[in-house]
Design a protein around this ligand. Structure first.
Ligand code: UDP
Ligand code: MG
Length: 308
């Protein structure tokens, strides 16, 4: 059996088209299916729509969160509640074409554990989004291990073995794409063109994406912490050279120059540098603090439809 996983947050406009397209797609595939929806604290009629689908179709399950926990938590819950031999997370807005599912399953039967869907054509995204995405992959992959494949979203097929591996990761700061990459396994990549959203608007604005980027980098790399060792060493050695220079000059010329400008420059420079370093430490310390509480990643209000 294959589990289709769909996190939903205020998707009342997109859902009717989505459910129609997805049932159409899976009816053409001989495999058995279930669809696990996670209602991530929607404030519109998303839950009513989902429960009505679930009462009409026994393959549809709905996990209802107590509030909005974010897409990463919703995906985590979907993975926990899925009972399929393979899972395919997909967005409700049909930006990921369901037609690719058949191809993914074919590759899975060939023996691949993970089948990625790469956005070969992102022209449906605005250019600032494409540009910042590119920069993000560059920075992330330069300093983090393992590398995350470029332009690959959550839309992919994963074998049960991969899911069991992922279930062991219970950290609070979750970056699913990073965790998926971290798990490894035999991987095949399919290309597709990213579609524009069918209905509704994106939930990820610039600020949220920026926070996601910080999240993923600090989750998978401590290079931003280590770099201060080198920056500090470099500046200290430069400072020593300058000190030696001043000392010698004092001995030779015995002049007492005011030196106001250079002092102010140095105070400002090192003040800024210190603050950045402390801020960075704060990022990691804050994360350690949150993780140390070991709170659950999400809270379920109710589950609709039979889950095993
Ligand atoms: N989503 C969610 N919780 C959130 C935000 C988004 O479950 O807090 C879901 C949303 O309903 C959609 C998917 O995550 O199914 C992707 O969201 P969106 O299309 O807004 O992101 P984009 O495609 O613009 O990156
Ligand atoms: Mg979308």
């Amino acid at each position: 059996m294959i589990s289709i996983l769909c996190p939903c947050y205020n998707e009342e406009k997109a859902l009717p088209i989505f459910i129609q397209r997805i049932t159409e797609t899976i009816s053409k595939i001989p495999e058995e299916f279930e669809i696990v929806f996670v209602n991530d604290g929607s404030t519109d009629s998303t839950l009513d729509l989902l429960t009505s689908y679930s009462s009409k179709d026994s393959r549809v399950k709905v996990v209802d969160f107590s509030r909005n926990f974010g897409k990463e938590a919703a995906l985590t819950a979907a993975l926990d509640y899925a009972s399929g031999d393979a899972v395919i997370p997909i967005d409700a807005d049909l930006q990921d074409p369901p037609e690719l599912i058949a191809e993914m399953i074919a590759k899975w039967h060939e023996g691949y554990d993970v089948v990625l869907a790469r956005r070969a054509d992102r022209s449906s995204d605005s250019w600032p989004k494409r540009f910042t995405a590119k920069m993000f992959y560059k920075v992330h992959n330069a300093i983090s291990n393992p590398h995350i494949p470029e332009n690959v979203g959550d839309f992919r097929l994963m074998d049960r073995a991969v899911i069991e591996a992922l279930k062991q990761c219970r950290e609070s700061y979750r970056y699913m794409k990073g965790l998926f990459a971290w798990a490894g396994f035999r991987t095949f990549t399919l290309d597709y063109a990213r579609r524009p959203r069918t209905e509704g608007t994106t939930k990820f604005n610039g600020w949220r994406l920026w926070n996601d980027a910080i999240n993923s980098i600090t989750s998978f790399s401590i290079a931003p912490l280590t770099i201060w060792l080198y920056v500090g060493t470099l500046i200290l050695s430069l400072a020593f050279m300058y000190l030696a220079f001043i000392f010698l000059r004092q001995l030779i010329t015995a002049q007492t120059a005011p030196g106001y400008a250079s002092i102010v420059c140095m105070i400002l420079f090192f003040g800024g540098l210190n603050l950045i370093g402390i801020g960075l430490l704060g990022q990691y310390l804050g994360r350690t603090y949150i993780e140390s509480k070991q709170r659950p990643v999400y809270i379920v209000r109710k589950v609709y439809g039979d889950t095993k």
